[in-house]
Ligand binder design. Structure first.
Ligand SMILES: *Cc1c(COP(=O)(O)O)cnc(C)c1O
Length: 398
């Protein structure tokens, strides 16, 4: 008969005088981070990419830092871009603009792409933010607020040239200009629009949108113009106008499909090995037995999953890297973990707690985007909140 199981709180809290061999050696190993994965962001590369874009277009160059600088951290990145010479910053929402304001000097213009709605015009002014006016209602509300303030207030004006997303339509432009009182109260700093197909330079729709842009611009108060986001900066100079509005390129995403990427990589993501096991052929790995080993295999479980932005669509696709050795993904992606095939790593080289490359020199953001069946944009903005985020510049921690 086996001994009865003692209740947990009846176990003695004192230990035997001598610990078993090995305990001392394992205790208190130095470790840089508790996190399951480490995201390294190279702000020096972001500044270098800004300079690539500045050289690419003759006019000025702003920077889009919406969605917390595409998930990388606007509070750390916007000041780096300011130091690199950028003076116009775009956020999507008013809240993003308000959060960003303390991190930039007052000479930096912060432009709110969604504009202001619902009576928040005063907050926009108080925080020194410039709205993009996208609808007749936004134009009228900003003008009414300006009349009420007794002064002309600056704004960007967006026109829709064929994307049907944001911006005034041609009849709306005509309607507003027929009256004229609204624009009398608004200092139009910039007329802007957005291209639907700029990542495909040969698409004739780019020229169509530019022609519509020219026509609508001519109807509005005379102002500088802005049409190009990252990809647009690599179209012909006639698309560049007075201000580029790149986002993705700053963060290392390739601007034109199928062409050499002119930007430096910005992020590196390394995930920790949680467990290693050697299994025979025929062993299932992960949920649903979606992968089964075909022979003796060394499996490694990594501390990254779909809750960290490693999308489930990446199951059984692509690979992590250990140095130059590829580690193919085995089976489905779990919420907090991912299993890879580490058979190719020589015996004794991989241990629990070590880091393997998820995004880095062997697998840039565009490559993992293909593995996850999405775009580099979604990879960046989906990066999880559990990572240890480390900012560095040219190899130095900042
Ligand atoms: C997001 C956005 C940009 C930046 O686009 P990228 O492709 O990331 O360079 C520029 N303009 C507008 C209106 C946007 O919404």
């Amino acid at each position: 008969m086996s001994a009865p199981v003692p209740a947990l709180n009846s176990l003695p809290s004192t230990l035997p005088a001598t610990p078993p061999a090995g305990v001392i050696a394992m205790h208190g190993q130095p470790d840089c981070s508790r996190a399951g994965a480490i995201l390294t962001i190279d702000t020096g590369a972001i500044a270098a990419n800004y300079h690539v874009l500045r050289r690419q277009i003759a006019g000025g160059c702003g920077a889009v830092v919406k969605a917390d600088a595409y998930g990388l951290g606007a509070a750390a990145i916007a000041p780096v871009l300011y130091a690199a010479g950028c003076r116009t910053f775009f956020t999507a929402t008013l809240d993003e603009g308000i959060s960003l304001r303390p991190y930039l000097p007052s000479e930096a213009r912060i432009v709110i792409l969604h504009g202001v709605t619902g009576g928040h015009e005063a907050e926009c002014l108080t925080h020194g933010l410039t709205p993009v006016l996208n609808t007749p209602r936004q134009v009228k509300a900003w003008a009414a607020f300006a009349w009420f303030q007794g002064k002309r207030l600056p704004a960007f004006v967006q026109v829709d040239t064929g994307m049907s997303r944001l911006g005034l339509s041609e009849p709306e432009v005509d309607g507003l200009m027929a009256d004229g009182r609204d624009f009398a109260a608004i200092g139009v700093m910039m007329v802007m629009s957005h291209l639907a197909c700029a990542d495909t330079p040969d698409d004739p729709y780019n020229d169509h949108q530019r022609a519509v842009f020219e026509r609508l611009r001519a109807k509005l108060p005379v102002a500088p113009a802005s049409l190009a986001a990252s990809s647009g900066c690599f179209l012909a100079p006639c698309f560049h106008y007075d201000l580029g509005r790149p986002g993705a390129g700053l963060y290392g995403i390739a601007p034109v499909r199928g062409r050499r990427n002119p930007f430096q990589p910005v992020i590196r993501l390394d995930a920790r090995v949680l467990q290693i096991r050697d299994v025979p052929g025929g062993t299932p790995a992960g949920y649903g037995r979606a992968a089964v080993t075909t022979g003796p295999t060394r499996l490694a479980t990594l501390a990254i999953g779909y809750a960290d932005g490693y999308l489930r669509s990446g199951g059984n696709r692509g690979q992590a890297w250990f140095g130059d050795i590829p580690l193919p993904v085995m089976g489905r992606v779990s919420m907090d973990s991912l299993i890879v095939d580490a058979t190719a790593i020589p015996d004794g080289c991989l241990h629990e707690g070590m880091l393997v490359e998820i995004i880095g020199p062997h697998r840039d953001a565009d490559v993992i985007a293909a593995d996850l069946q999405t775009s580099g944009y979604e990879v960046l903005t989906g990066l999880g909140r559990r990572f240890d985020r480390q900012f560095m510049s040219s190899g130095e921690a900042v």
